[in-house]
Design a protein around this ligand. Sequence first.
Ligand code: IMP
Ligand code: MG
Length: 175
Amino acid sequence: MTPDEPAVLITEEAIRQRVAELARRISSDYAGVEELLLVGILRGCFIFLADLSRLLTVPRSIDFIAVSSYGASATSTGAVRLIMDLRTEIAGKHVLIVDDIVDTGYTLQYLFNALKPRMPASLKTCVLLRKPEVFKMDWDIDYLGFDIPDLWVVGYGLDYADRYRTLPYIGSIKT
Ligand code: IMP
Ligand code: MG
């Protein structure tokens, strides 16, 4: 391992299996709905959302939302800002927010509060990774991939200062 190479935390195969399980649960829970709107949080969600959405068996559409991130720093300030809103009206629709990772939970909390008043038929969350040591919210994630230790992780869409997003596995780096 070179100093630059992340240490493998979750293999490509383990991700593939878990994403397939999540897709099965979501497909079964939403069976019969007219359409499920998947709302991806840019940019970290893009690979997870691409894989998950193609495995679903319910009618679905996709939209994106972008919020401010930590930039090149690895500490949450708690200040979340909407950078790009949805193009879709969500009133009356079944909405599933899809994100790569929850750390403190501020980002998801902010989006939940922003979308709820638009009166979706339902609003749930699907997140690939959670750091339980950091997560301080009193609500649960509806569909969770993995709990991980409090490390900075990269790959499968996740970055550090915009690097490593296209690694096929999830690895940890020293920041
Ligand atoms: P939160 O608002 O503290 O929950 O932070 C959530 C956002 O921070 C995620 O959607 C990621 O964009 C980013 N983030 C948090 N932890 C990591 C990490 O370990 N690697 C890459 N991005 C992270
Ligand atoms: Mg994110």
